[in-house]
Design a protein around this ligand. Structure first.
Ligand code: MEV
Length: 433
């Protein structure tokens, strides 16, 4: 994306949909064609595509598609799309990104992008001999995997490493021994589930020959430990001051909140849920498989043997607050619904990402921003204050308010002693009378 003229986007949330589209155009965030597309509801999935995506399709399920601003990631500006049903998430992301931008933005780093495939072998007669045999024939295993999917090899990817893991029998749970062979595969711009599965199915018979065992299954692992993305932010305390709390107090309380989430799985799940609010919203907007990302992230949170916080918060050398987040992020820039869903294609243009690696950098930064916003609110004023305004809006709409009445109901609801649906209905009734 070309540099964003943020001045054109001020008070964005107060604009009507067509004003929003117009200001995105004026700010250089979207093209004229995309402005037209948005005004004509062009992000909707056409029936003929929907009908070819899944079986037994009978309708389409829509979610709001919003945009968060102020993201500065590795020196580049992004307007970040978020597909999300929960109020406050987009606002929180923008809010956090604005503070982090003032602090210099996000810095990210990535491991190599390698996907993992598994062949689980059972009933291996001599495990040590089998391991030795596989290790002696590593090159042949790799070349058979690559022969199974020549097109990815032609494009510069392919199977790179073979690893063998022995899962010992567990007499308590009565599980037998498994010999598991992993391939680490470069799938380039694709998430690569089909590439990986094809390769694993391709090498399974050879692995049976080498081990004397039986292949129970061959499948991609969504625990993508060879495809990690890390984001970091460093926020000086002057940017953390909030209400009656000094910046130092907010920093220290956030660090303590991080320790709490590290130590306690009950808190860690909620802490990580907040991170995934941001991650899932962008993953979904990008047309990627958010279940894969969710499953992998939570497994990664439990890598020490206990489920823990995915992010870490500490004090930097200059007293600043330093946040880091590492996630397995096996997303693709091509494949799946990315090429066929109009919203996913629009996401690609809006973010202007040039590779799956760049998309990883964006997503992990959004996760960290979301976590920053939640923790800052939680250790200071709490989250309800911010949530109530949006809650009031949902109640007003549920009560049947339309157009200008929505704001009127919201304003009265905020002042009412009980903010609930019955009160919203009463207010609306009074207005209509
Ligand atoms: C709500 O969707 C997310 C939070 O609960 C996250 C957190 O507690 O860190 C606010």
């Amino acid at each position: 994306m070309s540099p964003v003229d943020l001045s054109k986007l001020s008070k964005f949330y107060k604009k009507t949909k067509s004003e929003k589209i117009d200001s995105l155009l004026q700010a250089g965030v979207i093209s004229k064609e995309d402005a037209t597309l948005l005004s004509e509801n062009g992000l909707e999935l056409p029936d003929e595509i929907a009908g070819n995506m899944i079986e037994n399709q009978i309708g389409r399920y829509s979610l709001p598609y919003g945009v968060a601003f102020h993201f500065l990631i590795d020196g580049k500006d992004y307007a970040v799309p978020m597909a999300m049903e929960e109020p406050s998430v987009v606002a929180a992301a923008s809010f956090a990104a604005k503070i982090i931008r003032e602090a210099g933005g996000f810095r990210t780093s990535l491991t190599d992008r390698r996907m993992i495939g598994q062949v689980a072998l059972k009933s291996v007669p001599d495990v040590q001999k089998a391991i030795q045999n596989i290790e002696q024939h590593t090159e042949e295993v790799l070349s058979r995997a690559n022969e199974a999917h020549p097109s990815i090899v032609k494009r510069g990817g392919g199977a790179r490493e073979v690893h063998v893991r022995l899962l010992e029998a567990d007499t308590i749970e009565d599980t037998p021994e498994f010999l598991v062979v992993h391939l680490h595969i470069e799938t380039l711009e694709a998430m690569g589930a089909n590439i990986v599965n094809t390769m694993m199915e391709g090498i399974a018979p050879y692995l049976e020959e080498l081990t004397g065992g039986t292949a129970l299954m061959r499948i991609l692992s969504n625990y993508a430990t060879e495809c990690l993305a890390t984001a970091e932010c460093r926020i000086p305390t002057r940017l953390l001051k909030h209400g009656s709390f000094t910046g130092e107090e907010v920093r220290d309380r956030m660090i303590e909140a991080g320790h709490f989430a590290w130590a306690d799985p009950y808190r860690a799940v909620t802490h990580n849920k907040g991170i995934m609010n941001g991650v899932d919203a962008v993953v979904l907007a990008s047309g990627n498989d958010w279940r894969a990302i969710e499953a992998g992230a939570h497994a990664y949170a439990a890598k020490s043997g206990q489920y823990r916080a995915l992010s870490r918060w500490k004090k930097g050398e200059n007293g600043e607050l330093v946040g880091t987040l590492t996630l397995p992020l096996p997303v693709g820039a091509v494949g799946g619904s990315i090429g066929i869903h109009p919203a996913a294609q629009f996401t690609k243009r809006l973010l202007g990402y040039e590779s799956a690696a760049e998309l990883e950098r964006i997503i992990v930064s959004v996760g960290l921003a979301q976590n920053f916003a939640a923790m800052r609110a939680l250790v200071t004023e709490g989250i309800q204050k911010g949530h109530m305004g949006l809650q009031a809006r949902s109640l007003a709409i549920s009560a049947g308010a339309k157009g200008a009445d929505i704001d009127k109901v919201v304003n009265q609801l905020k002042e009412a002693p009980n903010m609930n649906l019955a009160t919203a209905k009463d207010i609306l009734e009074n207005l209509e009378n």
